[in-house]
Design a protein around this ligand. Structure first.
Ligand code: SF4
Length: 80
């Protein structure tokens, strides 16, 4: 077997981590976490009603800077 037997047939799509994504809003959350945390603003906030009496308003998904997803798009500062 040669090294070319294991080469990918399609160029891999680069992963855009949240910290480099144009949809990430890193300014929030003062509580200590394992890595900096921010809000994913890729989609409109969804209503978050946990019980009939407890309307918590809307919420944006919270992500860590080293999270990623398939919808990520590089921001201008990322250099991609
Ligand atoms: S979850 Fe996806 S779309 Fe949202 S900030 Fe992270 S990489 Fe970007």
């Amino acid at each position: 077997m040669s090294e070319s037997d294991f080469a990918p047939t399609v160029a891999p799509t680069p992963i855009v981590h949240c910290r480099h994504c144009r949809f990430w809003d890193a300014h929030m959350l003062a509580r200590p976490t394992r890595t900096p945390e921010g809000l994913c603003r890729r989609k409109a906030p969804a209503p978050a009603m946990l019980a009939d009496e407890a309307d918590t308003g809307t919420s944006w998904p919270k992500t860590f800077e080293d999270d990623w997803c398939g919808d990520g798009e590089p921001n201008e500062a990322s250099g991609f």
